[in-house]
Ligand binder design. Structure first.
Ligand SMILES: *Cc1c(COP(=O)(O)O)cnc(C)c1O
Length: 570
């Protein structure tokens, strides 16, 4: 009897994602995309949504971040054992790669909900004895290797994923592609629903696009070019052989190059961006397709620290599975909000002091900045004018930074190095610490333990952003550029503060750095620091608003319900 027997009775939505971040010690994610996938799955489990998720196992994880003496990032593999958390299903399927038969097995992980939900996630694995040494490596690294490694992984995910679901006995009524990495699944479905007709004049008539399209949903996640995978047809042919006729593929995925985003766009009936603004930006990028938007969220229970969990349980019971209840945050007593915050802040500051010897203080305004060190996120904006920064913040503000750069992103690695050297340069004036190895547990300590969450990406490149939503679940206000979700969450001086001008369609521009930095310094000096030190009541009222006006909405329970009513059920 299959371990999935009782999970395959009901037809399911299949959620495909190149990365999924469910918990700290399952290192199968690199950043926001993976955490969002994990949070989505957790909400689906809480809400008893009939869903099964598919990803790859990455036996060497993403990486553990270390820094050398100069602050240059070093990457070490994460050693972990899937068997500690999951069960290997005996079913095997295969995918043809470079003419070889590559066998794939699936690790089954169950996302257990406190509400009794129990949702299966399948992590595909090629590291099995039937495969050659080379092919056993295929599911070892997340975003490792070059284009060739990548297209192979995407074939395993898309083609292998559909085959595995079938082998395990699932009936799938919808396929949700979380980003274009999974869009080869559409080709496998085209094969599955191929019309049984002989000797037609036009051989392309055998492909039943409509029936595939009816089943597919595509969420695009970034306007950044590198987020949209493209492969040459030469590479496709070399790797996939005659899996799917090139001529037809070119009509679906682009004539010049195989564009995974285009493939998904052409074969999905519902397409969406991840915030209202991102929906508009994507609509401009892909004219001719109807792009909707469903704003991202985070899993409330996962991203609320213990002291706030206790506070919500006491005054707003039921909040975790019905985050809308947080709209009544006004009923939380100010003093208890402050105490809950200080408990989290002490935990963070004590930890930072124990690893840094910096002697940061509990009563100093603490600003946090942590995310992937992609250059568009501009981790160095704060340091545009060092003298000014010192003048404004010396003795009044301390900073904690964290984040990993992609192993091949030299620009991102330079940014980390810069931050480390600023921290040394400012040492006697402004305390600044870079916390190594940003991952889920570090993220929760940071978003709950700082006083302000800083985010200053270059507009309009932050599709949504989710770490700011985590902050507001812990009563921490955002200080952020008006991009992504913050356009929808921001009310000036009520839920937090903006940086720079209103959200218009502004393309990357050197001037933006100057304008944004100027506003950042000004607000910090004239509004934020004075409010923090001189008007504690107002400050706590803003904290309350982050919960009642932001957290109640920016969660994956609300997001999942929207996917169900707008995309999954039609
Ligand atoms: C939430 C989270 C992210 C995403 O943060 P953004 O603000 O969306 O960039 C990345 N990494 C980790 C570890 C996270 O917890």
């Amino acid at each position: 009897m299959s371990i999935l027997e009782k999970y395959t009775e009901e037809p399911k939505v299949a959620y495909f994602s190149m990365e999924i971040g469910l918990k700290d010690d399952i290192p199968t994610y690199s950043g926001g995309l993976g955490i969002l996938a994990g949070d989505t799955i957790k909400s689906a489990s809480d809400l008893h949504v009939p869903l099964v998720a598919v990803s790859l196992i990455y036996r060497n994880g993403y990486f553990t971040q270390d820094l050398d003496d100069t602050g240059y990032q070093l990457e070490r593999p994460v050693i972990w054992d899937p068997a500690k958390y999951m069960t290997l299903a005996p079913e095997k399927i295969s995918v043809q790669i470079e003419g070889r038969t590559v066998y794939v097995q699936g690790w089954i992980y169950f996302v257990e909900s406190l509400r009794g939900g129990n949702l299966p996630v399948i992590f595909l694995d090629c590291n099995i004895p039937e495969n050659s040494e080379q092919d056993r490596e295929l599911t070892n690294y997340l975003y490792g290797g070059g284009k060739e490694y990548r297209i192979k992984q995407e074939l395993i995910l898309g083609v292998g994923g559909v085959r595995m679901l079938k082998a395990l006995g699932f009936t799938i009524k919808r396929y949700h592609m979380n980003e274009g990495h999974a869009s080869f699944l559409t080709l496998e479905l085209l094969h599955e629903f191929k019309k049984d007709i002989e000797s037609v004049w036009d051989e392309s008539l055998v492909w039943n696009y409509d029936i595939v399209k009816e089943r597919c949903i595509f969420t695009t996640h970034t306007p950044v070019e590198a987020g949209h995978d493209k492969f040459s047809y030469e590479l496709y042919n070399q790797v996939a052989g005659d899996y799917f006729p090139e001529k037809v593929l070119r009509s679906l995925a682009g004539h010049e190059e195989l564009n995974m985003t285009l493939l998904a766009l052409n074969l999905s009936y519902y397409i969406n961006g991840v915030a209202k603004k991102h929906g508009e930006v994507s609509q401009n990028m892909f004219p001719g397709y109807r792009i909707n938007s469903i704003t991202n969220g985070i899993h409330s229970y996962t991203w609320t620290c213990n002291s706030f969990k206790r506070l919500y349980d006491k005054y707003l019971p039921g909040w975790a599975n019905e985050p809308e209840i947080l709209v009544r945050a006004e009923t939380l007593p100010s003093e208890e909000i402050w105490n809950a915050h200080m408990e989290a802040k002490r935990k963070l500051i004590d930890h930072v002091n124990s690893v840094s010897g910096l002697n940061m203080r509990h009563d100093i305004l603490t600003i946090g900045f942590a995310r992937r060190f992609a250059t568009y996120k501009r981790a160095n904006l704060l340091f545009s004018d060092l003298d000014r920064l010192v003048n404004i913040t010396a003795g009044k503000v301390q900073f904690i930074f964290a984040g990993k750069a992609h192993p091949k992103d030299e620009g991102g690695k330079q940014l980390i190095k810069n931050i480390i050297s600023y921290s040394k340069e400012l040492k006697d004036k402004v305390k600044l610490f870079f916390l190594k190895n940003y991952k889920m547990d570090v993220a929760l300590d940071l978003v709950s333990g700082v006083d302000i969450w800083l985010n200053n990406p270059l507009r309009p490149l932050e599709a949504s952003g989710t770490s700011g939503m985590k902050a507001c679940h812990n009563g921490v206000p955002n200080f952020s550029v008006l991009d992504g979700w913050w356009i929808e969450g921001h009310i000036e001086n009520v839920t937090g503060w903006s940086i720079g001008p209103e959200a218009k369609e502004i393309m990357p521009d050197e001037n933006m750095n100057r304008i944004d930095a100027e506003d950042l310094y000004n607000k910090l000096e004239k509004v934020i620091i004075p409010t923090y030190y001189n008007d504690r009541n107002k400050w706590i009222w803003i904290m309350q608003n982050t919960i009642g006006k932001n957290a109640y909405y920016f969660n994956t329970h609300r997001m999942m319900r929207r996917y169900i009513t707008e995309a999954y059920i039609r």
